[in-house]
Design a protein around this ligand. Structure first.
Ligand code: UD1
Length: 338
C-alpha cells in the first residue's frame, strides 16, 4: 500500500514510517517541520535503506496540500500531524482548536476530492477523561477530556465518526495511545521535545544525560502501590507496529472503529526512575513535589479489542523502553539539534 503519513517526521510518525517501510509499504511523509526536524528523513533512510517520499507542506495550506496529495496519490492516510502540549493548549486554546481541527478538515476534504477513504487517526487515552477507572475499555462510556488538547482528540473522533456515518466507503481507525516512550533500537530516531519536557520519560532521560538536575515526582500520596502515579507506558516500536496492524485490517472496518494501543499494565513514577537508572548506569536524583493539576492517579488500557480484532499486542518491556530511550538520548544528547 502507498501510505501518506502526516506528521511523519515526529516521534510516533517517524517510527511508524519505519515500520511501514519494513513491511514493504510505500511511504510519503507530509510534514511542515514546525515541531520536527528534516534530519528525520535521512535517519529513516539510514534505518530502512529506503528514502520515504516527502511533501514539506502545512495541511492548513489547502491548495498546497491538495497538490502534494495529488502528486503522491496515496491509497491510505495515517494522520499524526497536530499540536500536542497540554499546558500550551490551556494557555492558548484557540490555537489548538484552530490548528488540530482545521488541519484535519483540510485533510478530509482533500481525501474526499481524491476518492481516498482509508484513514488511521492518532487519538489518545486522554479521551477517557477522569470519569472511569482503569482498565479503560473502548466502549466504556462517554468520551471527555480535561484540557483543550484532549478535547481536540474527543472532537476529532466524533467528527471522523460522523463523516464515516454520512456516506459509505470510509474505513477509519481511531487509535487511542496510552504513554508512548522509548526509541528505535538503532538510536537514530527518538523523541526530541521542545524546551523542558512535560512528560516523564523524556524528563528522566534529560536528568540521566545531565541536562537537568533532578526529576520532580508529582505527588507520592496517591492510592497506588508506592504512592506515585501509574501509567501504561508502551514502546514506540510496538505502537508503530499497532498502526501497521490497524492499516492492514482497515478494509474490514465499515465506518469508524476505536482501538486502544497500550500494554494493559501500569508502572509507577518511582519504578520508571529505577528502570532508567538501571538502563543508563547513571544515578537519577528525584524530589517529591505537589501533585500536578489534572493528573489521574492510575491509567492503563484494556487491550482485548486490539488483540482480538487487530491480532496485535505489545511485546516490549519497560526495560526495553528504558534501554532504547537511553541509547537515543546518549547518542543524541541535544536531540536532532547540531
Ligand atoms: C500527559 C498528558 C496527556 C497526554 C500525554 C501525552 C497531562 C495532565 N496529561 O499524560 O493529556 O495525552 O501526556 O504523552 O499533562 N510525572 C512526574 N514528573 C514529571 C512528569 C510526569 O512525576 O516531570 C508523572 C505524572 O504525574 C504521571 C506520570 O509521571 O503520573 C506520567 O506523566 P506524563 O508522562 O506527563 O503523562 P500523562 O500525565 O499520562
Amino acid at each position: 500500500m502507498h501510505v501518506l503519513v502526516t506528521g511523519g517526521a515526529g516521534f510516533i510518525g517517524s517510527h511508524t514510517a519505519v515500520a511501514l517501510l519494513e513491511r514493504g509499504h510505500r511511504v510519503t511523509i507530509a510534514d511542515d517541520f514546525q515541531n520536527s526536524s528534516p534530519k528525520v528523513i535521512d535517519r529513516i533512510e539510514q534505518i530502512t535503506g529506503t528514502r520515504p517520499g516527502l511533501a514539506a507542506v502545512d495541511l492548513l495550506d489547502e491548495e498546497a496540500f491538495d497538490a502534494a496529495f495529488a502528486s503522491a496519490s496515496p491509497d491510505a492516510v495515517i494522520h499524526f500531524a497536530g499540536l500536542k502540549a497540554v499546558g500550551e493548549s490551556v494557555a492558548d486554546p484557540l490555537r489548538y482548536y484552530a490548528h488540530n481541527l482545521g488541519s484535519t478538515f483540510s485533510l478530509l476534504k482533500t481525501m474526499k476530492r481524491h476518492g481516498v477513504r482509508s484513514l488511521v487517526f492518532s487519538s489518545s487515552a486522554t479521551v477517557y477523561g477522569d470519569q472511569q477507572d482503569p482498565p479503560y475499555r473502548e466502549d466504556g462510556g462517554r468520551l471527555d477530556a480535561t484540557n483543550p488538547y484532549g478535547m481536540t482528540k474527543v472532537m476529532l473522533e466524533r467528527i471522523l465518526s460522523d463523516v464515516a456515518e454520512s456516506e459509505g466507503g470510509w474505513h477509519i481507525g481511531l487509535l487511542r495511545y496510552f504513554n508512548p516512550i522509548g526509541a528505535h533500537p538503532s538510536g537514530l530516531i527518538g523523541e526530541d521535545p521542545n524546551g523542558i519536557p512535560n512528560n516523564l520519560a523524556p524528563y528522566i532521560l534529560q536528568v540521566a544525560v545531565g541536562r537537568l538536575p533532578e526529576v520532580n515526582i508529582f505527588g507520592d500520596d496517591y492510592a497506588t502501590a508506592d504512592g506515585t502515579g501509574e501509567r501504561d507506558y508502551i514502546h514506540v516500536a510496538d505502537l508503530a507496529e499497532g498502526h501497521v496492524a490497524a492499516l492492514e485490517k482497515l478494509s474490514a472496518v465499515e465506518g469508524a472503529r476505536a482501538w486502544n494501543l497500550g500494554t494493559g499494565a501500569g508502572t509507577s513514577v518511582r519504578q520508571m526512575i529505577a528502570a532508567f537508572e538501571a538502563a543508563s548506569g547513571h544515578p537519577i536524583p528525584a524530589i517529591v513535589r505537589p501533585r500536578r493539576e489534572g493528573d489521574l492517579p492510575r491509567s492503563w488500557a484494556d487491550t482485548t479489542r486490539a488483540a482480538s480484532e487487530l491480532g496485535w499486542t505489545a511485546s516490549r518491556s519497560i526495560a526495553d523502553m528504558a534501554r532504547d530511550g537511553w541509547r537515543w538520548q546518549s547518542q543524541n544528547p541535544n536531540g536532532f539539534a547540531d
